[in-house]
Design a protein around this ligand. Structure first.
Ligand code: 5GP
Ligand code: MG
Length: 177
C-alpha cells in the first residue's frame, strides 16, 4: 500500500450544475423535436448522463456503449474496442454521444466512425470535459462542459483504477499537490 493520491477539486458542485444546465438548454434547443438517442460511453459518462437527461424535458432514448482504449495505464493504447455494444438500432436516428472526457480524441473518433456505419441521420458529441493540450485527432465537440488542463481527471464518474467515480466534484490527481 503506497501513498494514495489525494484528489484536488477542479470544479465543484455549483459549477458542474451550471454547466449541465447550460448544456441541457443548448441540447433542448437543437433536439426537442428530434427524438434523439443519447449514447452514454461507459463507464465514465454515467453520472454526467444521469444529471443531463433529468434536465431534458422532451422525448429521447438512452443507450450505452462500453469501449476500451486504455490498458491498465493512464495512456491510451491507441486501440479502441467495443466491449459492450448498443441495445438498439440507431439507423435513421439523431445520435448524441455523451462522453466523460475527450483526451487524445482516439476513442471519440473511433466511436463516430463506428456509429456512422449504422446510418444515423446525424451524430454529434456532448463531452463533460476536453483536454485540448493532449488532442491528437481533431474532434468536433458540439456541446462541451469544461476545458481541463493536462492533468488526470477523476470524480463525477471518472476513475483512476476504478476509484473516485463517486466523488461529487470534478477533481485531478497528480501534478501540483
Ligand atoms: P482518448 O485519449 O481516446 O480521447 O480518451 C480515452 C478515454 O480515456 C476517455 O474516454 C476516458 O475514459 C479516459 N481518459 C482520458 N483522459 C482521462 C483523465 O484525465 N481521467 C480519466 N479518469 N480518464 C481519462
Ligand atoms: Mg471514456
Amino acid at each position: 500500500m503506497g501513498l494514495k493520491p489525494k484528489p484536488q477539486v477542479l470544479f465543484g458542485r455549483k459549477e458542474i450544475e451550471a454547466a449541465v444546465s447550460r448544456l441541457a438548454a443548448e441540447i433542448r434547443g437543437d433536439y426537442h423535436d428530434k427524438h434523439p438517442v443519447l449514447i452514454g460511453v461507459l463507464k465514465g459518462a454515467f453520472v454526467f448522463l444521469a444529471d443531463l437527461v433529468r434536465q431534458l424535458d422532451f422525448p429521447l432514448e438512452v443507450e450505452f456503449i462500453r469501449l476500451s482504449s486504455y490498458g491498465k495505464g493512464k495512456e491510451s493504447s491507441g486501440k479502441v474496442k467495443v466491449v459492450q455494444g448498443l441495445g438498439s438500432n440507431v439507423k435513421g436516428r439523431h445520435v448524441l454521444i455523451i462522453e466523460d472526457i475527450v483526451d487524445s480524441g482516439l476513442t471519440t473518433t473511433f466511436l463516430i466512425d463506428y456509429l456512422g456505419k449504422k446510418k444515423p441521420v446525424s451524430i454529434r458529441v456532448c463531452a463533460l470535459t476536453s483536454k485540448p493540450s493532449r488532442q491528437k485527432l481533431p474532434v468536433t465537440i458540439g456541446y462541451l462542459g469544461f476545458t481541463v488542463p493536462d492533468k488526470f481527471i477523476v470524480g463525477y464518474g471518472l476513475d483512476s483504477g476504478e476509484e473516485f467515480r463517486n466523488l461529487p466534484n470534478i477533481c485531478f490527481i497528480g501534478g501540483d499537490e
